[in-house]
Write a protein that binds this ligand. Structure first.
Ligand code: AMP
Length: 426
């Protein structure tokens, strides 16, 4: 499915292309045609699903020509931050139209907002209190509103806006299109929906967990003792043709495991650091800064240490070991695909973890596909120099091969001087 399949105008498609989106999100795929068709919509969708473009794009299209007088689209949001964000989206998506977007919210002077409304407004984004103030003062005329959006309705009710909302709805023209977005459904939300939506199309995009929807998740089957070698291979080659990995958050179950893996990655020539509860705050801050700056490619973290890590648009996370609790998996993968970018979570799953993966899949109501495990090389630290027969000329597998998959070979790796050999995981 492409944006051009949704019936959007060339001006809007151009703005979408400028943003670099190539695929509409599930909410956009469903909401855009419904809104373009004039239907009322009740959507269960949280921030992060792309819901804003899901209503802004079709409403820009339905508003067609600007006449720059009084608003024909009204979007109510619970907070000024969200109002500002929605207004920014409307401006960005509407950049090749001549529609005018105005945002009004409390806590700042009314004057510039009144001025902006007088100058002409097609699309109005507002928080309820300031909107009513301006209506009461006669500075805002809602009589030409044709499309009404209640964004984050559940939060509005939590914040005690129900009476304001009812008042605002009463002051709108009867013939209009209504859209309501809510992350959760309480009886109050259902009552409100029943009160003002007419024969709505219901759209539910993230019944349990938005993160799980947004993150591409894959797994590799690999024996426990081979995981570190596969991980090194993935850093070098990527998981499916995307090339070298540069910034990856790797999860281990234990602090000791985090330290050990960071060291093993370093030994393989991959800049790595561990963060966990035993590290000093200063060490954690430094590791995080190095990671964000791109000085280290792998940040190896335990569950607890990862909470609250603020790393924007992390391309991928790796579950070096699966967590025991499925909810922890969801938290972990939530570190990627922030701000709507599509991130990826790669899990290295050993046979003993199969049941953990099943629990995770059951919780997410989604399966995690296995990719074919690539051929990877096993690198082990070079034998100590003092060892008899250890010589740089001892190449190409002529050295005695210790039994087991972690065996050493004499051939040197280009990058780190470690020995390598190629083998398959299973
Ligand atoms: P929202 O859920 O509306 O707050 O959107 C979350 C983020 O997703 C915003 O940063 C948007 O810019 C981004 N976004 C919206 N639609 C798409 C899309 N089709 N592809 C990629 N990113 C998107």
């Amino acid at each position: 499915m492409k944006f051009s399949d949704l019936g959007l105008s060339p001006e809007l498609l151009r703005a979408v292309a400028d943003k670099g989106y190539d695929t509409p999100t599930p909410i956009q795929q469903q909401a855009i045609p419904a809104v373009l068709g004039g239907r009322d919509v009740l959507a269960g969708a949280q921030t992060g699903t792309g819901k804003t473009a899901g209503f802004v794009l079709p409403l820009l299209q339905r508003t067609v020509a600007a006449d720059g007088r009084t608003p024909r689209v009204l979007v109510l949001t619970p907070t000024r931050e969200l109002a500002a964000q929605v207004a920014e989206s409307a401006r960005v998506y509407g950049r090749y139209t001549n529609l005018r977007t105005t945002v009004i919210f409390g806590g700042v002077s009314e004057k510039p907002q009144i001025g902006a409304l007088r100058a002409g407004c097609d699309i109005l984004i507002a928080t309820p209190g300031r909107l009513l103030d301006l209506v009461d003062q006669g500075a805002l005329d809602l009589s030409r509103v044709k499309h009404f959006v209640l964004d984050e309705a559940d939060r509005m009710l939590d914040m005690g806006f129900i009476h304001d909302i009812k008042r605002i709805i009463r002051s709108l023209p009867a013939a209009r299109q209504n859209l309501m977005f809510s992350a959760t459904y309480s009886d109050d939300i259902r009552d409100l929906a029943a009160r003002f939506l007419r024969d709505p199309i219901s759209i539910e995009v993230a019944p349990r967990n938005t993160t799980a929807e947004r993150v591409e998740q894959v797994a590799f089957a690999v024996p426990k003792e081979m995981k570190r070698h596969l991980l090194v291979h993935l850093f070098d080659h990527g998981a499916s043709g995307e090339g070298t990995w540069h910034q990856v958050l790797v999860f281990t179950r234990t602090k000791h495991g985090a330290n050990r893996l960071a060291q093993q990655l370093e030994n393989a020539g991959i800049r790595a650091a561990a963060i966990h509860g035993n590290k000093s705050q200063a060490a954690r801050v430094r590791a995080l800064a190095d990671f964000k700056d791109g000085n280290i490619a792998a940040l190896v973290a335990t569950e607890v240490a990862s909470r609250g890590l603020d790393i924007k648009e992390l391309p991928q996370v790796v579950n070096y070991e699966l967590p025991n609790v499925p909810e922890d998996y969801v938290h972990r993968i939530g570190r990627t695909a922030r701000a709507g970018s599509t991130g990826r979570a790669v899990s290295l799953v050993s046979p003993d973890e199969a049941s953990l993966l099943r629990d995770i899949e059951r919780t997410m109501r989604r399966s995690v596909p296995f990719l074919p495990t690539p051929k990877f090389e096993v690198r082990e630290p070079k034998p100590p120099v003092s060892r008899p027969n250890a010589s740089p000329d001892n190449r190409g597998g002529s050295a005695p091969r210790p039994k087991g998959p972690g065996g050493r070979l004499g051939s040197r790796s280009r990058r780190s001087g470690r020995s390598r050999r190629s083998r398959n995981a299973f």
